[in-house]
Design a protein around this ligand. Structure first.
Ligand code: SF4
Length: 212
């Protein structure tokens, strides 16, 4: 475990979210948009969106149709435009226009589930949390860091085996590794510096030895 974290840290120094943002509000909006959408696509959308709606007050005054015009290239744009406006209204009505910094309050915002709340907690407020997306889920299971069938189970197991001060970085390391090497369909195991520590790779090797 320690060795896996050490190698990941070496491979991916200074990890951070790929979503461009300048404030907790912008990160919240970008993270809501990122469901079923690539970070690159979100980063193409947000400059115009943030220019039109720079804060929760401006977004709360918009209609979902107005927002939809700016986010139509994102997946699920109809639901997201409604959620963004509804979330902004709650920020204005209950939180003085600011993004709250507790999981409970974040998860009460439309479009915000546990994963999005964890991204905002960790990246906007530096509160330790591990957001489990598809990359984190897959890579953690393959490496043997977790053996869960749900994102929540994986999150809980990762929180047990990874020191709290590394939670945020570990989330990013696993995403980077999933994007660059441990691909969903064809993990590039032969080039992977983690292969000697990876449960999936060791099992593959054992299976192929049995076949010989
Ligand atoms: S050895 Fe293969 S399965 Fe394991 S982490 Fe590396 S790429 Fe992923």
């Amino acid at each position: 475990m320690t060795e896996i974290l050490r190698i990941l840290e070496q491979m991916y120094p200074n990890p951070k979210t790929a979503l461009n943002h300048d404030s907790p509000f912008q990160l919240l909006v970008a993270t809501i948009l990122s469901a079923q959408c690539t970070d690159e696509r979100v980063n193409m959308i947000t400059p115009q969106l943030f220019a039109a709606y720079p804060d929760a007050y401006a977004l709360a005054d918009a209609t979902p149709d107005q927002v939809a015009e700016l986010i139509k290239t994102a997946g699920l744009w109809q639901a997201k435009s409604k959620n963004l406006v509804a979330a902004a209204k709650i920020l204005v009505e209950k939180h003085g226009g600011e993004v709250p910094s507790t999981r409970e309050e974040l998860e009460q915002l439309p479009g915000v589930g546990r994963k999005t709340a964890n991204v905002v907690l960790a990246n906007a407020f530096n509160i330790p949390a591990i957001a489990v997306d598809t990359h984190v889920f897959r890579v953690a299971n393959r490496l043997g860091l977790a053996q869960g069938t749900t994102p929540l189970a994986v999150e809980k197991q990762l929180m047990e085996v990874i020191p709290q001060e590394k939670w945020r970085d570990a989330h990013h390391w696993l995403i980077y590794h999933g994007r660059q090497i441990c691909h969903a369909r064809k993990p590039n195991c032969e080039e992977c510096p983690l292969k000697d520590h990876c449960q999936y790779y060791q099992e593959l090797r054992t299976d192929s030895q049995k076949d010989d």
